[in-house]
Ligand binder design. Structure first.
Ligand code: HEC
Length: 124
């Protein structure tokens, strides 16, 4: 009984982690003009295609400055971009949409730098 209660409590605490974040769903959100009820017709992809403007250290940073505002979490930064350029309403920072969105954004910032073309070896 006690164990069951603890399990339920643990599930409640980690509720948002029960469903794995989906980068595929996140990509759809990133390209959706209605994310957060957006009203300007813009999507994240309009300005950040292929991760443009997203620092490669985005997921390591603990402090963000966006449009002159200091923010402590990536979710807050994302919500500013939802409210301002998309003209929408902030989404739940812990919610599934935010998790999917950041899972996709991670694939953008994790992209390895383009490899240099293999150099021809002289004499071969
Ligand atoms: C109209 C263009 C535009 C759109 C649309 C837009 N952004 Fe941005 N975004 C910016 C600009 C400009 C900055 C940099 C602001 C600054 O430096 O103060 C930025 C910054 C960011 C940053 C911080 C990057 C860093 O490395 O510090 C994140 C994260 C971000 N945007 C996510 C998003 C997401 C997610 C969406 C979709 C909901 C989105 N943006 C939509 C223009 C846009």
């Amino acid at each position: 009984m006690k164990k069951t209660l603890m399990l339920v409590a643990a599930l409640m605490m980690t509720g948002t982690l029960v469903y794995a974040a989906s980068a595929d769903k996140g990509k759809a959100l990133f390209e959706s003009p209605t994310l957060g009820g957006g009203t300007t017709g813009k999507t994240c992809n309009t300005c950040h295609e292929d991760g443009k403007g997203l620092g490669s250290d985005l997921f390591e940073r603990k402090q963000f400055t966006i449009m002159g505002m200091e923010k402590k979490s990536l979710a807050e930064v994302i919500n500013i971009c939802i409210e301002k350029p998309l003209g929408g309403v902030a989404i739940d920072p812990q919610g599934q949409e935010m998790q999917d969105l950041t899972a996709y954004m991670k694939t953008l910032t994790d992209k390895p730098a383009p490899k240099k073309a293999r150099q021809a070896i002289e004499g071969c």
